[in-house]
Design a protein around this ligand. Structure first.
Ligand code: FES
Ligand code: FE2
Length: 346
């Protein structure tokens, strides 16, 4: 964690429902270190670990025996050994061994969460209804991650933000903050919504990056936002992919991860490209933290007063709301493509 920001809670904790969807937990390789990882997310505690083959599992952390925190235990031969009475749980969450008893009670198991790995990142599936993802609800594979033309380091930053994640998701449609916050006045701005995907196309002039900027981005579900960006930077055309993803800790707190993949400049040495990636990542971090600073200090407004030129904030929130209701109750309109061209000054 490199930042801790405090603001007043805006959403009551009681009965809070966490969004249905895939949530990113950072780079998968970080979990393959033979350790148990405590995850304080979705208002509870989970643990993540990898077996000897590298397969990552996520389980409820509270032991079904007497409630000890399994993430404080030990990983022994691919099994999680509880610190309290040494019951051992396998990757499926079943108790495989009790040191003082041969018969394993059938209820001696802890919940296993669905996970996936995509683009070198680990994701966990949350669904209060307990169902797996519907067809097509997935994190897209980025072909750039397989290409030698791209640097494969996400340069991930992790921060804790003390507010409700809706504040972050609102940003997808906020057409008018680019000039004031980022010094990048908007030339073109469009949003679309369909099913679990919400998109933004932004074109602007970037003072910070020094030229034209095109950002084509999409949320895949409630918490994973990828942006393909082309920007002039130091007289070069730089292509990059930004990752902006979060996982709720509680109703008014989330872990935010920000990362950048950069396309290498052909003909440059590895060293030069590494340096470009680092400089460019830093520039983008600066931009991102300009947003973070605003989110961290603002308060939640359910009924904002809007003016012409503002993005489709009410429509975005309708779209976002689908992740907080049973799938059977999601209004049919979310199946149709809805498009909003907010600014067109090209
Ligand atoms: S509480 Fe885990 S083994 Fe007893
Ligand atoms: Fe922004």
């Amino acid at each position: 964690m490199n930042q801790l920001i405090n603001v007043k809670p805006a959403v009551e904790a009681a009965e809070y429902r966490y969004a249905r969807g895939w949530h990113c937990l950072g780079e998968a390789k970080d979990y393959r270190d033979g350790q148990l990882h405590t995850l304080n997310i979705f208002g509870t505690r989970l643990l993540a670990f990898a077996d000897e083959q590298g397969a990552i599992s996520i389980l409820d952390a509270y032991c079904p025996h007497m409630g000890a925190d399994l993430s404080q235990g030990e990983l022994v031969n691919g099994k999680v050994v509880c610190p309290f009475h040494h019951w051992a749980f396998d990757a499926s969450g079943r108790c495989a061994e009790i040191p003082y008893c041969k018969r394993i009670p059938p209820k001696a198991k802890t919940r296993k969460w669905l996970t996936c790995e995509e683009n070198n990142l680990l994701f966990v599936w949350n669904n209060p209804e307990g169902k797996p993802p519907a067809e097509g609800v997935e994190i897209p594979h980025l072909p750039e991650i397989d290409s030698d033309e791209w640097d494969h380091d996400w340069h991930l930053d992790l921060m804790m933000i003390d507010t409700n994640p809706r504040e972050l998701v609102d940003n997808l449609v906020d057409a008018q903050h680019f000039g004031p916050v980022h010094g990048t006045p908007t030339k073109y701005f469009r949003n679309t919504f369909k099913e679990h995907i919400g998109t933004q196309l932004f074109m602007g002039d970037s003072e910070r990056l020094g030229g034209d900027l095109i950002a084509d981005s999409a949320y895949y579900g409630p918490a994973t936002h990828f942006t393909r960006m082309r920007a002039e930077y130091d007289g070069l055309l730089v292509e990059s992919i930004l990752l902006n993803c979060h996982v709720p800790v509680g109703p008014n707190q989330f872990e935010l991860r920000f990362g950048v993949l950069v396309k290498k400049i052909p003909g440059w040495t590895e060293e030069q490209n590494k340096q470009l990636a680092l400089d460019y990542v830093n520039q983008n971090r600066t931009s991102f933290y300009q947003d973070v600073d605003i989110w961290s200090h603002k308060r939640r407004v359910d009924m904002p007063v809007l003016a012409e030129g503002d993005g489709p904030i009410y429509q975005l929130r309708e779209w976002y709301q689908q992740f907080f209701m049973d799938e059977a109750d999601v209004p049919a309109m979310h199946k149709e493509l809805r498009e909003f061209i907010v600014v067109d000054n090209r």
